[in-house]
Design a protein around this ligand. Structure first.
Ligand SMILES: C[C@](O)(C(=O)O)[C@H](CC(=O)O)C(=O)O
Ligand SMILES: [Mg+2]
Length: 303
């Protein structure tokens, strides 16, 4: 019955797996999961890890991604998602929810919630989506302080601290690369290269930064959509599809509801739905029934 009520692996095991994936030289593909059930489908589809997007988490609460969510909300949802599978989960911690001491507390709380790692970005507070214009970054020293505090708060040395630089769109590529080097020196385990323009820019980062690198393949943003093989060919370590599952689901929800409103029945949209039977497979309904019947196998006195 392993993994029935929570993950089948310990948090420490998942963090070790995340470290091994980063060291493997193979591309790690982490789709965003906006709910624990979505994380189960990510695992079933054969991906190496799960990502929890700040943009998707805020959108799910009906909010724009401008730093309105709290650490408590993010840790609770992220923890529930992390516990839904045996895969490691990396979560978006935005700017760390405050000043450096708050960033340190953020790491401790996310560790306690069962996450395998988080990313902190070098934007000013309140942050913006990395693919919009008009964002601002803090100075390098400020971000190094943010990272240093985060790294010092970690108790499991395998919890991954990923540093994201948003500087490409603000200060240019050279500055972004130079910041990445400073962030590695400050203890970052992974560098999130945000909103690069083309594959050559990803290559430049790969050539110049001696640390695992993460590419963000968010749709409708500043970067074209490159394939997993293109990232493998240039030696990137991780690709995320942060808001993809939310966009897929919301596209289906919106068009499905319009059709039901027009037709007066769901009959015309059944084919696009996850069947009850498939849902029960993901939820392991049968295993819960077995568990239940193995617990309640008592007989009444005299029977
Ligand atoms: C990766 C990201 O930080 C997220 O919250 O998922 C976003 C994604 C998006 O808004 O498309 C970002 O790139 O800023
Ligand atoms: Mg984000």
């Amino acid at each position: 019955m392993s993994g029935l009520f929570s993950s089948g692996l310990s948090d420490a095991d998942k963090r070790r797996a995340l470290r091994a994936g980063l060291a493997s030289g193979d591309l790690q593909r982490w789709p965003g999961a906006f709910s624990p059930l979505v994380a189960k489908i990510v695992a079933d589809a054969g991906f190496e890890g799960v990502y929890v997007s700040g943009a998707a988490l805020s959108a799910d609460l009906g909010l724009p991604d401008i730093g309105l969510t709290t650490l408590t909300e993010v840790a609770a949802r992220g923890g529930a998602i992390a516990r839904a599978t045996d895969l490691p989960t990396l979560i978006d911690a935005d700017t760390g929810f405050g000043e450096p001491m708050s960033a340190a507390r953020t790491v401790a709380v996310l560790e306690d919630a069962g996450l395998a790692g988080c990313h902190l970005e070098d934007q000013v507070n309140p942050k913006r989506c990395g693919h919009l214009d008009g964002k601002e970054v803090v100075g390098v020293r400020e971000m190094v302080r943010r990272l240093g505090a985060a790294v010092s708060a970690r108790r499991d040395e395998n919890f991954v601290i990923c540093a994201r630089t948003d500087a490409r769109g603000v200060e240019g590529l050279d500055a972004a690369i130079s910041r990445a080097k400073d962030y590695v020196a400050a203890g970052a385990d992974l560098i999130f290269t945000e909103a690069l323009a083309d594959l050559d820019e990803f290559k430049r980062f790969r050539d110049e930064v001696d640390a695992p690198l993460l590419a963000n393949m968010t749709e409708f943003g500043k970067s074209d959509l490159f394939t997993a093989d293109e990232f493998r060919a240039i030696g990137y370590n991780v690709v995320i599809y942060p808001v993809t599952t939310l966009r897929l689901a919301m596209g289906a929800v919106e068009s499905g509801l319009r059709k039901i409103a027009a037709d007066g029945t769901q009959a015309g949209v059944l084919d696009g739905m996850q069947h009850r039977a498939r849902l029960y497979e993901f939820l392991r309904y049968a295993d819960y029934n077995d568990f239940d019947s193995s617990i309640f196998t008592y007989t009444r006195a005299g029977e």
